[in-house]
Ligand binder design. Structure first.
Ligand code: GAR
Length: 229
């Protein structure tokens, strides 16, 4: 049976689109059960509808507390019996009850090389710090904001001419390549969260996860450390 995925979104949904494109091209053997947004006007919902995927809107502002909102999402997702829940630009902090419910099945993408720059404005912060490399991270989600065991990172060089926008564009490019790759590992049951850390093909990954580098011109990721395909 196909690996069942739900995607949580808040915004434009370019990461969702990258996952949908990979699946439609036959590179990602999963079925997208539902796309849930906390905002009714998120463009990501249009992308889901265009791909024929059921959508749900659970608006956080309708609920008196984070706990009540998260419980409503748990209830809304329950009928789908999801194998992996993907956060793709979902901009709400999740409560421990939600995280526990999906522990080991909950992935997030963040636009920085974590643990650097949790939260917002990551591209400007990397520029302000004169970092030579920036990038994105994909991790299993824990209670901490943008925290949890790292699965993979893609490095992007910071150029002397970069603005926050130009850097953001390349980081997005890296996210769109890395997320389908990581979800494929989940679909093929290669990727697991264990008591000791994250394992890929039964082997424990280093704390930073698999390290890739963006090859911008050819739109590919090159593996630079840790074993992965
Ligand atoms: C992505 O860059 C993602 O890394 C970031 O939001 C953007 C969503 O873009 N997520 C976070 O900052 C989570 N803390 P998208 O809606 O076009 O996929």
């Amino acid at each position: 049976m196909s690996h069942k995925v739900a995607v949580l979104v808040s915004g434009s949904g370019t990461n969702l689109q990258a996952l949908l494109d990979a699946q439609q091209a036959g590179h990602l053997p999963v079925s997208f059960s539902v796309v849930l947004s906390n905002k009714a006007d998120a463009y990501a919902l249009e992308r889901a509808r265009a791909a024929g995927i059921p959508t749900l809107v659970v608006e956080h502002k309708e609920f008196p507390s984070r706990e009540a909102f998260d419980q409503a999402m748990i209830d809304a997702l329950a009928p789908y019996a999801i194998d992996t829940l993907v956060l793709a630009g979902f901009m709400r902090i999740l409560t421990p009850v939600f995280v526990r419910q999906f522990e080991g099945r909950l992935l997030n993408v963040h636009p920085s090389l974590l643990p650097l720059y949790r939260g917002l404005n990551t591209h400007q912060r990397a520029l302000d710090n004169k970092d030579k490399f920036h990038g994105c991270s994909i991790h299993f989600v824990s209670d901490e904001l943008d925290g949890g065991p790292l699965i993979a990172q893609a490095q992007v060089p910071v150029l002397a001419t970069d603005s926050a926008d130009s850097l953001a564009q390349r980081v997005h490019q890296s996210e769109h390549l890395l997320y389908p790759k990581v979800l494929l590992w989940r679909a093929k049951e290669q990727l697991t969260l264990t008591d000791k850390g994250v394992t890929l093909d039964g082997k424990l990954l280093p704390n930073q996860g698999c390290q890739f580098s963006l090859m911008e011109d050819t739109n590919r990721l090159e593996l630079i450390s840790a074993t992965a395909s």
